[in-house]
Every structure is written in structure tokens, then in C-alpha cells.
Design a protein around this ligand. Structure first.
Ligand code: FE
Ligand code: FE
Ligand code: ZN
Length: 267
């Protein structure tokens, strides 16, 4: 994966820890992990971001679904321990009619287990578009999950291991105006969650209007967020120092072109 990233001009990348729809992961090949670490160091690859399967729902009403989420979390923490400094991103989940408060309680419960086994990995909650009963559209929900999980942590666990991944398509679809008021949105994020929690950005345009709660990613500059807004996003002093990960509907050549386009926007 490292060589592929370098071949398209990237210096960070995101990957799924297993089939994005869930299922078993390949065993960790420690020699392979070591070879990657040396390569990453040599060519200057920054933090790698592992994405949990998006079918995982830690807020489900079904105990079997939550047990599966916990199993995947713990297994992924074990695997990522081989790559110190990695980031692990997950979708907080959907409360499916139980109400946001109950959902927050259930996610926090599993997060405590994951954090206790996180070792050198930072776990990130992703800002969500708010499709259906999805948690994490509202910054306040992210804060509530973080507070609840951290309050339940045994005292020996370090507290700096929970962060947030800012997905531009999701935040926009969730109703935050990152096009005309990026500074205002970041101020609000700071007030509600705290900018020190912000560890990564998913850089995506959106097919839909602000507040649409649809979550359909578009290529950079081809959607409703638009290129002008991305000029401000990549040059923003807060966002600009974070690693950016593209999740646009592109093939490898398309990503190469988008990376070149984005680099060209940096002032
Ligand atoms: Fe995601
Ligand atoms: Fe995302
Ligand atoms: Zn999305």
C-alpha cells in the first residue's frame, strides 16, 4: 500500500482493516509490518489511517451486533499495535429508533473496551452526515460519546487516545456551512468538542446540498462544496496541518490527479 500511495503522489493513506462489510481479517504479517515501517520512514509517509468496517454498529439495539462490533474493535486494536502511531477511524453508529441518548450510551460502552486495549493507537470518531438515525452528525453527540467513554475509563488508561476525523462531505451534509463560514464551523467545533481532538480530515466533495443528510461523496471540485471552498479548506491554518485522506469516487489515476490538483491549491 505504501508504494501505491507514493506512486500517486500521496504521503498518507487510509485502508480498511478487513472487508469494509465486515468479516475476518488476514493475520498480521510482522515481517511485512516491519518492512512497511522502514519504507514509510525512508520516503516520509505520515500517519496511516485504518478504517473500521462501515457495517459495524456499536449503537445497535441487538446485543449480537454490538458483540460483533466489540470483537472487531479489540481485534483491530491488537493488529494496529504492530504499527505504533496509527489512527483508527470508525462511524459512531446508528441508534435505530432507540434515541440518540441510548445510542451514545451504547457506543461509549464499547469504546471503553476498545480504549483499554488501544495501546499506541488513537481512536477517531468520524463526523457523520446524519443519514437515518446515524449518530455523530451533531458535534454535541461526538462530545457526549467522548465524555461518557472517558469518564468510564479505568484510571490507568491514558486519556489522549480519543479524537475526531472531520469528513468534509459529512459535515456539509450534516448542515454545517463549511463553504461560506468555515471559520464559524471550526469555532463551533472548538467550543463543543475542542480542536485538540481533531486528528484527521476526510476530504470529499458532496453530491448534495448543505443539510441533505445523504452522504454521497463527489470528486473534489465537482460537487456542491466546490473548488473555491477546497482552496480555503486546504489553506486553513487549523485543517491544513492535519493529514488529508481522499474518499472520492475515483480510480487510482483519478486520485493521482486529485492529489496534484489539491497540491496546486496550497498557497
Ligand atoms: Fe467513514
Ligand atoms: Fe469519511
Ligand atoms: Zn461518507
Amino acid at each position: 500500500m505504501g508504494q501505491t500511495a507514493v506512486s500517486i503522489g500521496a504521503n498518507v493513506f487510509q485502508f480498511f482493516t478487513r472487508n469494509p462489510r465486515g468479516g475476518a481479517a488476514k493475520p498480521v504479517d510482522l515481517a511485512d509490518v516491519q518492512a512497511f515501517a522502514e519504507y514509510a520512514q525512508a520516503v516520509g509517509i505520515g500517519p496511516i489511517l485504518a478504517h473500521a468496517p462501515y457495517t459495524l454498529n456499536a449503537a445497535s439495539a441487538d446485543p449480537a451486533v454490538r458483540a460483533f462490533a466489540e470483537k472487531v474493535f479489540l481485534d483491530d486494536m491488537k493488529r494496529l499495535a504492530a504499527t505504533p502511531g496509527a489512527l483508527y477511524n470508525f462511524h459512531p453508529g446508528s441508534h435505530v429508533g432507540q434515541g440518540a441518548e441510548k445510542g451514545i450510551e451504547l457506543v461509549a460502552e464499547i469504546l471503553v473496551q476498545a480504549l483499554a486495549h488501544a495501546g499506541p493507537t488513537t481512536i477517531l470518531l468520524e463526523t457523520m452526515a446524519g443519514k437515518g438515525s446515524e449518530l455523530g452528525r451533531d458535534f454535541a453527540e461526538l462530545r457526549a460519546i467522548i465524555d461518557r467513554a472517558e469518564a468510564a475509563l479505568p484510571p490507568a488508561c491514558p486519556k489522549a487516545r480519543l479524537g475526531v476525523c472531520f469528513d468534509t462531505c459529512h459535515v456539509w451534509d450534516g448542515g454545517y456551512d463549511i463553504v461560506d463560514d468555515l471559520d464559524g464551523v471550526l469555532d463551533e467545533f472548538d467550543r463543543v468538542v475542542g480542536l485538540d481532538r481533531l486528528k484527521a480530515v476526510h476530504l470529499n466533495d458532496s453530491m448534495n446540498a448543505k443539510g441533505a443528510r445523504k452522504d454521497r461523496h463527489e470528486k473534489i471540485g465537482k460537487g456542491r462544496i466546490g473548488l473555491e471552498a477546497f482552496v480555503r479548506i486546504v489553506n486553513n491554518p487549523i485543517l491544513g496541518r492535519l493529514p488529508f485522506y481522499l474518499e472520492t469516487p475515483c480510480d487510482l489515476q483519478g486520485y493521482k490527479e486529485e492529489i496534484a490538483l489539491l497540491k496546486g491549491l496550497v498557497k
